[in-house]
Design a protein around this ligand. Sequence first.
Ligand SMILES: Nc1ncnc2c1ncn2[C@@H]1O[C@H](COP(=O)(O)OP(=O)(O)O)[C@@H](O)[C@H]1O
Ligand SMILES: N[C@@H](CCC(=O)OP(=O)(O)O)C(=O)O
Length: 368
Amino acid sequence: MASLSTAKRLVAKIGSALLVDRATGALRRDWLASLAEDVAWLKGQGTEVVLVSSGSIALGRGVLGLPATELALEQSQAAAAVGQIRLARAYEEMLAPHDITTAQVLVTLEDSTDRRRYLNSRATLEQLLSMRVVPIVNENDTVATDEIRFGDNDRLAAQIAVTVGADQLILLSDVDGFYTANPALDRDATRYDVIERITADIEKMAGDAGSGLSKGGMKTKLIAARTATAAGCAMAITEGSVLNPLRALENGANATWFTAQTDPQAARKRWIAAMKPRGTVTLDAGAVDALHAGKSLLAAGITGVAGRFQRGDAVAIADAGGHILGHGLTRYTADEARAIRGRKSHEIEAVLGYPARAALIHRDDMAL
Ligand SMILES: Nc1ncnc2c1ncn2[C@@H]1O[C@H](COP(=O)(O)OP(=O)(O)O)[C@@H](O)[C@H]1O
Ligand SMILES: N[C@@H](CCC(=O)OP(=O)(O)O)C(=O)O
């Protein structure tokens, strides 16, 4: 199926059961070292990599001597706090010999539902990737309460894949794909190589998690597949417990691939076009031409600013005659936009009193 080394951006999700030995509660260091080799290989091919890793609760549980049974919310949060620091350190240790810098990124559901927080986390991830860093993402279990938890990292991984505009999302699991029924319970179940569309029949085949350490099962993996593929990201479920699991997938290991339903850029444009604009910016004729030529909107080409908006809000883009050309996400507040309109890029810092970006709306943040 799809080749991993052709991906521009790849998100891999690592389940707790892969990282943590169920019997001893210890980290599977050899396995993690082999995953680090895979990440180094992908980066060597020019693929940017984000890892979404579970395992904080499973690791912390062992350290704190908590039982293997269901934990109270406070207990899992304490276990996550103890386990997360070890988890992050383990990734750092394993990737450093490959000259790869890691970053710990802890997010909550609100970071994807609140637009400003979403845009901020996107900007941070973008910055890290541009600096060749591998972000290691997990849910911030210590602050996430029941209502705001993703609770399983399948959906979190899909959300991160959408946030960074990844073209592939790989769920490393304890099963080598999506079956017609839970293969742990049904010996006649057969695996799909490819699922082009997630139908109601497919949904009926998805069961819950099999192991005590895991949370999601196939139900959350299907939700993840819906989110990812709708945003133009192909998704695979494959067996992760083997050494070098990403390399194995590249070399033809069993997997189920969910086909991307669009391309990431088109999905993003639709998302922006559907947002309610909080204001309007009016352009001179030169700026209109620049936008139609695929350029970003610079302050120099803005003649008017109407409405009240914050950074990250959607604004309408109008020509001198008031005709709406499209929508975009602004990088400045309405007050800042008024202050810098008509200004050349090199004047902006002096007007605002702090370093700033010249483009009011970046071309990737625009739907015309
Ligand atoms: N239709 C299905 N196909 C494959 N596995 C299924 C299916 N329905 C339920 N499962 C269960 O989902 C498990 C994988 O999910 P999960 O235990 O959450 O692992 P992970 O740690 O990878 O998130 C499988 O081991 C299997 O027991
Ligand atoms: N944030 C939790 C993730 C729990 C979770 O999703 O587990 P899994 O089903 O193994 O991916 C942790 O790190 O323990």
